[in-house]
Design a protein around this ligand. Sequence first.
Ligand code: NAG
Ligand code: NAG
Ligand code: NAG
Length: 128
Amino acid sequence: MQILVFLSLFLISFIFPADFLYLWEPRTLQCLSKGCKLSKNADQTGLSPANCSFSGNSAENVFVECDIECDGAERDSVISKKPTVYRYCNRFFTYNTRKTSDGKWTVWRNGTCANANITMTVHCAFPL
Ligand SMILES: *[C@@H]1O[C@H](CO)[C@@H](O)[C@H](O)[C@H]1NC(C)=O
Ligand SMILES: *[C@@H]1O[C@H](CO)[C@@H](O)[C@H](O)[C@H]1NC(C)=O
Ligand SMILES: *[C@@H]1O[C@H](CO)[C@@H](O)[C@H](O)[C@H]1NC(C)=O
């Protein structure tokens, strides 16, 4: 019996080597223009003001970056956004996640996306 459990765990970790080692937690950042709220729940409840910083000195090069409170996470997932078709927010060009030098994870937005009303959901992977 034990050997079977061990064998199947071994097989599972072999088939899904990465996901097996992580605890995935959801983060939703709901932004009305530059003001964002963060939820750590899968159902997007419990929104509280996100810790955001702003840089850039003109409307064109404004840069908004919000902490998504994933300190210690090793990876992140694809980001889903709502509305999905909002064309001013394009991952890598006007928004993305970033791991800062002090181990925090942020979502940044710039250009027109920095002023958008947009909700973004990402998952952080914490090592088990
Ligand atoms: C918000 O971020 C600033 C700069 O990183 C930090 O000094 C401050 O402690 C943070 N506040 C909270 C509530 O996390
Ligand atoms: C936003 O930032 C990205 C990455 O730094 C950069 O490639 C892009 O040109 C910037 N876009 C605008 C509109 O400032
Ligand atoms: C964002 O939402 C606010 C309040 O609903 C609205 O006044 C504003 O025009 C919206 N901004 C954009 C860029 O859609």
